[in-house]
Design a protein around this ligand. Structure first.
Ligand SMILES: *Cc1c(COP(=O)(O)O)cnc(C)c1O
Length: 402
């Protein structure tokens, strides 16, 4: 079937919650993907960073294949022989004591919210049912009903209430507002160290450290949602590392599954994760041996630090490359590691329009919030491939600016 027919068949039966670019992919290797017509594209979205290690990374595929043939699912009603090593090495990577494995990012965020509330009731004496969590404007933490209840994006939230509350929203980057929002029942601050969905919005210098300090002073947990920012994207293992900040809870997902299957986790010390007892939380698929095998291989790729170093080496090239395109219809560029948010001058076109033009030039990227596009290629992209990406971006911008 050609792409036109495939797209039409999808549209006939799928809930219309997405509006994908008109490209039907069938194969991927490293940073490259191929469509059913045989055209090649550089994947500059990388599954919203779920594909940090690219398509079909041989080490990850081998780990998955071996485990597929042995044992894929046990449920946590029984032990399996892969979970302990995964948890041990992930905990060590995070510098924490314990891991609670889940599947999707949203589930991990939900888990962290439950942990923070229980912690507030059992460790801080907050009256039962009254704990509050501070979140940032422009946040993206997933799509469950609790989570969209504290989204500030009308498209994510409107029409899905009632929302039970328990969240206080403050502007991202304003530590004064955050401290002002702290009350006697505040349990935690939940924050993305870099706001990915919002368009790679970087924290002002010193902000995360100041948030850490406020949490310390008021006895609050700092929950870092590193689902998109973590695991190498910024050139560090965690985006919090870039600011010298250690959160109480890491929320991980996306790249933890190596682009193969959903794997997420909440990672924290004993005194935090220890508030959950037997039967108080769980997941049928969480911690399954296939996920553990792939997750262990992902941690294995990050342990030596050379992928993070590679990102730090290439980051200036990405930064200089997009800065050079300023005159070509870009109003602002934010770059951290191999992660860029580019704001297009609306007179030149929408972010969607630029993504369509990029596709014609052989690059797949995704717009967000109208005039912004995000570049997040696989981290193992070579200097030469990064050059190709920047050249094609320039061509696409020239197409739009005439
Ligand atoms: C993608 C994302 C999530 C949700 O992950 P899912 O696997 O889609 O549920 C949560 N937090 C952040 C920061 C994300 O980018």
């Amino acid at each position: 079937m050609g792409s036109t027919d495939t797209i039409a068949s999808e549209a006939a039966v799928l809930a219309q919650t997405y509006s994908p670019l008109p490209v039907v992919l069938t194969e991927g290797h490293g940073v490259w993907v191929r469509d059913v017509e045989g055209r090649e594209y550089l994947d500059a979205l990388a599954g919203y960073s779920a594909l940090n290690f690219g398509h079909g990374h041989p080490v990850l595929v081998a780990a998955a294949e071996q485990q597929l043939r042995r044992l894929t699912l046990t449920s946590r009603a029984f032990h399996n022989d892969r979970l302990a090593e995964f948890a041990q090495r992930l905990a060590r990577l995070c510098g924490k004591d314990r891991v609670l494995p889940m599947n999707t990012g949203a589930e991990a965020v939900e888990t962290a919210i439950k942990v923070a509330r229980k912690w507030a009731y059992t460790r801080r004496g907050v009256p039962d049912g009254r704990a509050r969590i501070i979140v940032a404007e422009g946040n993206f933490h997933g799509r469950t009903t609790t989570i969209v209840g504290f989204s500030t994006d009308p498209a994510a939230r409107n029409g899905f209430g009632p929302f039970d509350g328990g969240f206080d929203t403050v502007p991202f980057g304003d530590v004064g507002a955050l401290e002002h929002a702290v009350g006697p029942t505040t349990a935690a601050v939940l924050i993305e160290p870099v706001q990915g969905e919002a368009g790679v919005v970087l924290p002002p210098p010193g902000y995360l450290a100041a948030v850490r300090e406020v949490c310390e002073r008021h006895g609050l947990l700092l929950l870092a949602d590193e689902v998109q920012s973590g695991l190498g994207r910024t050139g560090s293992t965690f985006a919090c590392d870039d600011e010298g900040v250690v959160p109480d809870v890491y929320i991980l997902g996306k790249a933890l599954g190596g682009g193969i299957l959903p794997v997420s986790a909440v990672v924290a010390d004993d005194d935090v994760l220890g508030v959950l007892g037997v039967g108080e939380h769980g997941s049928t698929f969480g911690g399954n041996p296939l996920a553990a095998a792939v997750g262990t291989a992902v941690v294995g790729l990050l342990e030596p630090g050379d992928i993070q170093a590679h990102v730090r080496t290439l980051a200036p090239l990405l930064e200089q490359g997009v800065a050079r395109l300023r005159g070509l219809g870009l109003r602002a560029c934010r770059v951290r590691g191999l992660w860029a948010g580019l704001d297009l001058d609306p007179r030149v076109g929408s972010g969607r329009r630029l993504c369509e033009q990029l596709r014609l030039r052989g690059v797949l990227a995704k717009d967000t919030h109208g005039a912004t596009i995000r570049l997040a290629p696989p981290l193992l992209i070579t200097e030469q491939e990064l050059g190709i990406l920047l050249d094609r971006l320039e061509l696409a911008l020239r197409d739009l600016t005439g």
